[in-house]
Design a protein around this ligand. Structure first.
Ligand SMILES: [Zn+2]
Length: 100
């Protein structure tokens, strides 16, 4: 039996950039995607159905994350130029606020 109809998710690329991937534990390029489920006939999307939301796709490992992952600083973001301004947390590096 051949299935000529079905459903599948189709993603629209909204942007790209660099973020700190929690899975890779490194800075990686990402794709910002918006997905929507479509009704398909012969594997071609013909009727848009429900929205599945926006997410971030790591181009290195292929993992997907919620948009909040972009709120974390990348390793490439500059910290103040003192060695005391770095803190390693779980393999990552965070900038600290200067102590007054
Ligand atoms: Zn990754």
């Amino acid at each position: 039996m051949i299935f000529i109809w079905g459903w599948r998710a189709v993603s629209l690329l909204l942007g790209t950039g660099v973020f700190h991937c929690p899975h890779c534990q490194a800075d990686s390029e990402y794709k910002h995607l918006r997905s929507r489920r479509w009704f398909t006939v012969l594997f071609l999307p013909v009727i848009p159905l429900n929205k599945l939301g926006e997410h971030v796709l790591c181009q290195r490992c292929g993992s997907t994350f919620r948009m909040a992952v972009l709120d974390y600083p990348t390793l490439g973001q500059e910290c103040p130029p003192t060695s005391d301004s770095y803190l390693e947390v779980g393999g990552g590096v965070d900038c600290l606020e200067p102590i007054k």
